[in-house]
Design a protein around this ligand. Structure first.
Ligand code: PEP
Ligand code: MN
Length: 353
């Protein structure tokens, strides 16, 4: 952290503040310029608030944070080495990470009934997916919209896991549900609306299942990484970030603005694997393929895509859902790009369980 003093700040005041910093356990390093003095603060400054420091003296012009506010989520924390999140599924372990093949996650927005979830699971697995997604507990803007079948849908996800061999990823919205969802899910999803639900972040951080952390719809990259930091600081090192589109001024043609620039940016900032969700990112199934291809080319480690056997009848997010046939065609196209950049596994799917 760097404290910049105002022009002609009295020496006595500089000494007084330096002494105060020492009392906080920090080592102040003074650099005297022609007109201004700056004090570099060496030590653990993670918990210090620059605005609070500014209050110490009216001779302080500004306080600048040099270190990133997040520690465990930063690329430096692993000395530049990307992390791997290995998830156990009935089909075997699947690794998310920059040096591993692209991981395909697919399935409906909501778990509607046993037949549809089992059918979708089998179809997306045949196309190449390794995880089935599907909400049991749904965050809906309107209290009158379908809220998900809750606990009974968890049983349906367990049945689909059993029938297909796919890993399960499903959303947790409430701290009270974490344990029962973790009994069925291989990965817990924290949705965009809960990205800053700090109680939930701490709770999923204190259990063992990997966490799929979606970006809040108005969250900055730093806020998103700080949310990941909550999970990491609570003891869970298996976090996957997922960009799902942010709010911008033009929502006439797309539901959200899919921010694919996060891929190169996050690759510079964090070691955590990065997924892209072009379904919520665009809101329209016809735009999903183009954004999915762009995401792979830009270095996504995983793709989450909504697939429904009959999108016209879906209880949520039908307009953005692909049919199983469309998903199959898309994966065939995606594999060409993924192969070209060495991110495709040609390993045949294990025999159906
Ligand atoms: C979802 O995955 O169905 C969902 C609700 O996503 P998000 O939190 O990104 O809106
Ligand atoms: Mn959805």
């Amino acid at each position: 952290m760097i404290v910049v003093m105002k022009v002609n700040a009295p020496q006595a005041e500089i000494d007084r503040i330096s002494q105060e910093f020492k009392e906080w356990g920090l080592t102040p390093e003074k650099i005297e310029g022609k007109h201004k003095t700056i004090i570099g603060l060496v030590g653990d400054t993670a918990s210090l608030d620059p605005l609070q420091i500014q209050e110490i003296s009216h001779w302080i012009e500004q306080v600048l944070r040099v270190e990133k506010p997040y520690k465990r989520a930063s690329l430096d924390f692993r000395h530049g080495e990307p992390s791997e999140v290995v998830v156990t599924t009935p089909d075997g372990p699947v690794t998310f990470g920059r040096k591993h093949p692209l991981v395909a996650i697919a399935g409906p927005c909501s778990v509607e009934n046993e037949a549809m979830i089992v059918e979708t699971a089998k179809r997306v697995r045949a196309a190449g997916a390794r995880f089935l997604r599907g909400g049991a507990y749904k965050p809906r803007t309107s209290p009158y919209s379908f809220q998900g079948h809750g606990e009974s849908a968890l049983n349906l996800l367990a049945a689909a896991r059993e029938a297909s061999g796919l890993g399960i990823i499903t959303e947790v919205m409430d701290t009270a549900d974490v344990e029962k969802i973790a009994e069925v899910a291989d990965i817990l999803q924290v949705g965009a609306r809960n990205m800053q639900n700090f109680a939930l972040l701490k709770k999923v951080g204190a259990q063992d299942k990997p966490v799929f952390l979606k970006r809040g719809m108005s969250a900055t990259i730093d806020e998103w990484l700080m949310a990941a930091e909550y999970i990491l600081a609570a003891g869970n090192s298996n976090v996957i970030l997922c960009e799902r589109g942010i709010r911008s001024f033009d929502r006439k043609y797309t539901r959200n603005t899919l921010d694919l620039s996060v891929l190169p940016v996050l690759q510079n900032l964090t070691h955590l694997p990065i997924a892209i969700d072009p379904s919520h990112g665009t809101g329209w199934s016809e735009y999903v393929p183009a954004m999915a291809k762009a995401a792979i080319a830009a270095g996504a480690d995983a793709l989450m895509i909504e697939v429904h056997p009959n999108p016209a009848k879906a209880l949520s997010d039908g307009p953005q859902s692909l049919t199983p046939e469309e998903y199959e065609d898309l994966v065939a196209e995606l594999s060409v790009i993924a192969k070209a950049i060495g991110r495709w596994s040609d390993a045949p799917a294990p025999a159906m369980v």
